[in-house]
Design a protein around this ligand. Structure first.
Ligand SMILES: NC(=O)c1ccc[n+]([C@@H]2O[C@H](COP(=O)([O-])OP(=O)(O)OC[C@H]3O[C@@H](n4cnc5c(N)ncnc54)[C@H](OP(=O)(O)O)[C@@H]3O)[C@@H](O)[C@H]2O)c1
Length: 285
């Protein structure tokens, strides 16, 4: 059974390829779909099949999926362009005869109120309409989302955001990659399953600030800001306005509990507790 991974040169994609190999899938049975062959030199060195296709190139994606049995469709990173890209991949997978698509979605996608959820909602609908067997990996937040500018945060002693006292059940990217590999290599039929994936630690932002303080050795406190003000802070450090808006909106969503996941699905799939925030922060430092 050949297993393909899109976005294989991305953070999650590389970890998913590694997890498949660790689970005993032969390198020659893994197809890494990438848009830049040079960036995939390390994957080529592992012996996996590297095939080049941009998500926007329907024909190239179909060619890349020839002979593939299962596909890990990692959601694209170009927010705003993902619906046509994902539609291309689903169409191409159908034409290529792919048997199962595992799609990396967002928690409780149909009811999720985050702006970021909209493209996932449409993609889940496209999958349902495609008639292809599929499984939804509704990934919660990566702890790595909190590793940007750790030193700066520690220096200033302030973590800003709009999450109020909402909780995030985060986990390491490697945990989500391991879960995806577990699903793709499972001997059980995965078609129609929905996994709500979140970590063991469900932390408020004051607790995130404490964790940053613990690993950096500097006092850090959380300062809650109105969403518009937080968006302004993100723009002031160089984020384009639309990206800042989506991230501030996600933070406000944390306050309402949309990223607080208690299903236990991640832990059951990976067979261990998820990675702690402090471990991820330490690795990032
Ligand atoms: N749960 C969370 O906390 C969270 C946070 C951020 C993002 N996400 C979502 O999860 C996905 C994976 O996360 P990540 O950290 O691995 O992101 P990432 O490192 O940015 O990886 C995204 C991958 O998608 C590929 N890609 C994007 N647009 C493409 C296109 N048009 N054609 C072909 N490949 C394309 C990128 O290719 P290149 O390697 O060539 O750039 C990259 O390999 C993201 O794309 C996003 O949808 C989730």
């Amino acid at each position: 059974m050949t297993i393909a991974v899109t976005g294989a040169t991305g953070h999650l994609g590389r970890l998913a390829v590694a997890a498949l190999l660790r689970r005993g899938v032969a390198a020659s049975d893994v197809v890494a779909v990438v848009r830049n062959r040079e960036k995939a030199a390390d994957l080529t060195a592992l012996g996996v099949q590297v095939r080049v296709a941009d998500y926007a190139d329907r024909g190239a994606v179909e060619a890349a999926l020839a002979g593939v049995g299962k596909l890990l469709l990692i959601s694209g990173s170009e927010v705003g362009s993902r619906v046509p890209q994902h539609a291309n991949i689903i169409d191409a997978a159908k034409a290529a005869g792919v048997g199962l698509i595992a799609y990396t979605s967002i928690p409780d996608a149909p009811n999720n109120t985050l702006q970021l959820a909209q493209e996932h909602q449409v993609t889940e609908r496209l999958l349902a309409e495609s008639g292809i067997d599929h499984v939804l990996l509704r990934n919660g937040w990566y702890w790595e989302n909190y590793t940007n500018d750790l030193a700066g945060t520690a220096e200033r002693g302030v973590l800003v955001g709009s999450a109020g006292d909402g909780k995030v059940a985060g986990a390491a990217r490697a945990d989500y990659a391991e879960a995806a590999a577990a699903v793709l290599t499972s001997s059980e039929d995965q078609a129609g399953r929905v996994y709500e994936l979140g970590g063991d630690e469900r932390l408020t932002y004051p607790e995130l600030a404490q964790a940053i303080s613990n690993v950096t050795g500097k006092p850090v406190e959380f300062r809650n800001l109105p969403v518009a003000e937080y968006q302004g802070v993100l723009e002031s450090v160089g984020l384009p306005a639309p990206v800042a808006a989506v991230l501030a909106d996600a933070d406000a969503g944390v306050a309402t509990g949309v990223l607080d996941i208690t299903s236990g699905d991640l832990q059951r799939l990976i067979g261990r507790p998820s990675t702690s925030l402090e471990d991820v922060l330490r690795a990032a430092l």
